[in-house]
Design a protein around this ligand. Structure first.
Ligand SMILES: C[S@@+](CC[C@H](N)C(=O)[O-])C[C@H]1O[C@@H](n2cnc3c(N)ncnc32)[C@H](O)[C@@H]1O
Length: 365
C-alpha cells in the first residue's frame, strides 16, 4: 500500500455541529441544508465543471465579504488557479501572495496579473501545505491577514485532455497538478495491488463497487497496461451500470486524483500551520468540493474553536489549549441558487470561515 493515510475517515462518525446559532445566513446567502456537511461522496466531478468562458470565481462575493481584502492587508491564496479570486482581492487593494502546484496555471495568472498589480502580487510554484516556507522564500516577515483555499481541480485542468483528469476526454492517465510530481494515476492503476486499489476506491471514492472495479482493473492490466482515461472509464463502465446522470467512473477518477496529488494530507498539513501564521483578527476561508475535504476543515475548526474541553473522567471543563479560532459561520455556506444555475460546479461547494483570536499557542498544541 502506498500512502492512503485517510482510511480512518471512512469510519469516523459524522460530527454534529451545534445548530446554526452562529450560522445566521448573511442577507440572502445560503446555509448548507444537507443535514450535516458530510453528505454526498462523489464530488462535483465531471458534471459540474464548465467552460473557460465562465470567469466568475466560485462564491466570489461571499469570499470577499468574509476575507475583507483591503489596502494594508496581506492575503495568502494557496490555490491561485486562474487567479479569479486573487484578482478580486487585488482589486480591493490587498497584497496577495499566491501558490499553485501547476506551473502552467501560475504562468497564465502571472501573465494576466503581474503587469497590472506589480508588487501587490507575487506567486510561487509550491504546495500550499508548504506555505510557511514559501513566505520565508518570498521574504515575508509578517503574519497573514487572510488565508484562502479553493480546493481541487480547475476547469482548465479538467478540460485539458493531456492532464488526464477527465473520463470524458481521451488522454494519458496523468492527473498530477504538478507535472514533475513522482506518481501519476497511470502508475497507481498499473502497479497497486488489487486490495490497495479496492481500499483507495472505497475510502477516497466512497465507491460501493470498489471490489468489482479493482478486480476488473487487475484482470485487464494483466493483458495490456491501462494508459488512457477512456480505457479506465470503459473498464469501470463494464462492471458498474450507469445510474442516473452520473458516469460510473466519477468516483474512481475522484479517488485517483485525491491520491495522486495527496490532496487530503496537504490540506491537513496546511491547516496545522494556519494558527501560527494568521494574525489576530485574520480569517481563514476555505471552499471545498468534496465531503472528505469538508470534514477535515470542519473538524479542524471545531477542535480549534472550543474554549473549553470536557471529559467524563475530569471534574469539570478545562481550557482548550488549541482554542485559537472563532467560527464566523457555524454551518457551511453554499452557493446561491442563481450561482449554481449559472455554474453547476458551484453546486457542491461549501464555504467555511473562521477568525483567528488573540490566544497565544504553545508549541505542543
Ligand atoms: C479550483 S482551482 C482554483 C481556482 C481559483 N480560485 C480561481 O479563481 O481561478 C484549484 C487550483 O489549486 C491548485 N492546487 C490544488 N492543490 C494544491 C496544493 N496542495 N498546493 C497548491 N496548489 C494546489 C490546482 O492546481 C488548481 O490550479
Amino acid at each position: 500500500m502506498q500512502s492512503l493515510r485517510y482510511a480512518h475517515l471512512a469510519l469516523r462518525p459524522q460530527s454534529v455541529m451545534p445548530e446554526a446559532a452562529a450560522g445566521r445566513p448573511l442577507a440572502g446567502w445560503r446555509l448548507d441544508q444537507s443535514g450535516g456537511s458530510d453528505g454526498g461522496g462523489a464530488s462535483a466531478g465531471e458534471r459540474g465543471r464548465v467552460g473557460e468562458t465562465y470567469h466568475r470565481p466560485i462564491m466570489g462575493e461571499e469570499v470577499v465579504h468574509f476575507l475583507k481584502p483591503q489596502p494594508g492587508k496581506l492575503i495568502l491564496d494557496g490555490t491561485l488557479g486562474g487567479g479569479g479570486h486573487t484578482e478580486m482581492f487585488l482589486k480591493n487593494g490587498a497584497q496577495v501572495l499566491a501558490t499553485d502546484r501547476d506551473p502552467a496555471a501560475l504562468a497564465r495568472a502571472r501573465e494576466r496579473l503581474e503587469d497590472v498589480y506589480g508588487e501587490q502580487f507575487s506567486a510561487l510554484h509550491a504546495n500550499f501545505a508548504d506555505f510557511p516556507a514559501v513566505m520565508e522564500a518570498a521574504g515575508v516577515v509578517r503574519g497573514l491577514d487572510g488565508i484562502f483555499l479553493d480546493l481541487g481541480v480547475s476547469s482548465r485542468q479538467l478540460e485539458n485532455p493531456a492532464r488526464g483528469f477527465s473520463f470524458q476526454r481521451e488522454g494519458r492517465l496523468d492527473m498530477r497538478f504538478d507535472p514533475d510530481a513522482d506518481v501519476s494515476a497511470e502508475d497507481i492503476v498499473n502497479t497497486w495491488s488489487e486490495e490497495d486499489l479496492r481500499r483507495l476506491l472505497h475510502v477516497y471514492g466512497d465507491e460501493p463497487a470498489a471490489k468489482r472495479i479493482a478486480h476488473a482493473i487487475v484482470v485487464r492490466r494483466a493483458s495490456r497496461a491501462i494508459l488512457m482515461t477512456t480505457d479506465l472509464a470503459g473498464i469501470v463502465a463494464s462492471v458498474v451500470p450507469q445510474r442516473g446522470r452520473t458516469h460510473p467512473a466519477t468516483r474512481t477518477f475522484q479517488a485517483l486524483r485525491l491520491e495522486v496529488n495527496q490532496e487530503l494530507p496537504s490540506l491537513e498539513r496546511a491547516l496545522q500551520a494556519v494558527p501560527r501564521w494568521l494574525n489576530p483578527g485574520g480569517r481563514l476561508v476555505v471552499l471545498t468540493f468534496h465531503s472528505l475535504e469538508d470534514r477535515i476543515v470542519k473538524h479542524f475548526l471545531r477542535d480549534h474553536s472550543a474554549a473549553t474541553l470536557d471529559r467524563p473522567e475530569w471534574s469539570g471543563p478545562r481550557p482548550n489549549p488549541r482554542h485559537c479560532f472563532q467560527l464566523i459561520v457555524r454551518k457551511a455556506l453554499v452557493a446561491s441558487e442563481a450561482e449554481t444555475a449559472a455554474n453547476p460546479r458551484a453546486r457542491s461547494c461549501k464555504l467555511r470561515v473562521a477568525e483567528r483570536n488573540s490566544n497565544v499557542l504553545h508549541s505542543s498544541t
